[in-house]
Ligand binder design. Structure first.
Ligand SMILES: [Fe+2]
Ligand SMILES: [Fe+2]
Length: 278
């Protein structure tokens, strides 16, 4: 199975990058399933039902979120009716919405996607390791064809620990939230594809997707500034593409994706195709 997971989509430039590039990636990489983290889709803060509809129309299967999930209050009444929109599984049990879902493909295979949030330098919430462990004891790669974990957090140590904690039990553990891609994508010892942070789908001539002037001024003056605005230049779509083995659900390959905007481009190719093309 071939999966794509796009990092935090920031504002209109991020949404445009997803709309422009995901259909082509789907086609050219023969992707079976696409996940995007949409927590910053609505002007940098939160997500709306309209954003979700746009994602689904553009070839996205599931939308994950994180600490910004409730920034648009309307989403609280919407999320319970949309099984494809996830919030962190380790939020208080009374929170609306779901932390995971199992999604059938037309060909009979299925994908489990779970969204969890880290705790270091984040809001104090329930233990994400216990939540993920419970879920992976209930649902395993024997039951579903692939398991994708979006672990939304700040600290690289906590995210790497989640990778090892899930190693051999998930197809992919991808970190989100920092909005900056890391170069440590790899397959862990027991077969789980891992990256500490996928990066954002947003304008990198910015401070993590927001206009650089306002963000810099806050650090320089230590005064509360105006509300941060989304940087409106061309976004870089940042993602990882993963190929799994359908027999085991474990990863064969993970490749970074960077398209458009300011970051050095990396159009992904899976090795089998790259070799065949030579
Ligand atoms: Fe984010
Ligand atoms: Fe976040």
């Amino acid at each position: 199975m071939r999966l794509l997971l796009c990092g935090d989509v920031v504002g209109r430039p991020g949404r445009e990058a997803v709309a422009r590039h995901v259909p082509r990636l789907r086609r050219e990489l023969a992707l079976d399933f696409v996940v995007v983290n949409g927590e910053n889709a609505a002007h940098g803060f939160g997500i709306t039902d309209k954003n979700c509809a746009e994602f689904y129309e553009g070839g996205v299967d599931v939308v994950t979120t994180g600490n910004h999930v409730w920034d648009r209050r309307e989403i609280m009444s919407y999320i319970g009716g949309d099984k494809r929109l996830l919030r962190p599984i380790n939020y208080p049990p009374a929170s609306p919405g779901n932390g995971f879902g199992i999604y059938p493909l037309a060909d009979g295979r299925s994908v489990l996607v779970v969204n969890a949030m880290a705790r270091l330098f984040m809001d104090a919430i329930d233990d994400p390791f216990a939540a993920i462990d419970r879920l992976l004891r209930e649902h395993s790669l024997r039951e579903v064809s692939a398991i994708v974990v979006d672990f939304h957090g700040e600290a690289t140590s906590e995210k790497t620990s989640m990778g090892h904690f899930c190693d051999g039990r998930a197809s992919l553990v991808a970190g989100t939230h920092s909005h900056v891609p890391t170069a440590d994508h790899r397959i862990l010892a027991n077969g789980t594809a891992y990256i500490t942070d996928v990066g954002m789908c947003g304008d990198y001539d910015s401070v993590i997707g927001m206009r650089k002037e306002g963000s810099v001024a806050r650090f320089v003056t230590k005064l509360p500034g105006e509300r941060l605005e989304v940087a409106e230049g061309e976004a870089t779509l940042c993602a990882v593409a993963v190929e799994t083995d359908d027999a085991t659900g474990l990863a064969r390959e993970i490749v970074p994706v960077r398209i458009g905007g300011r970051l050095a481009p990396h159009w992904p190719a899976f090795t089998r195709e790259a070799v065949a093309a030579k």
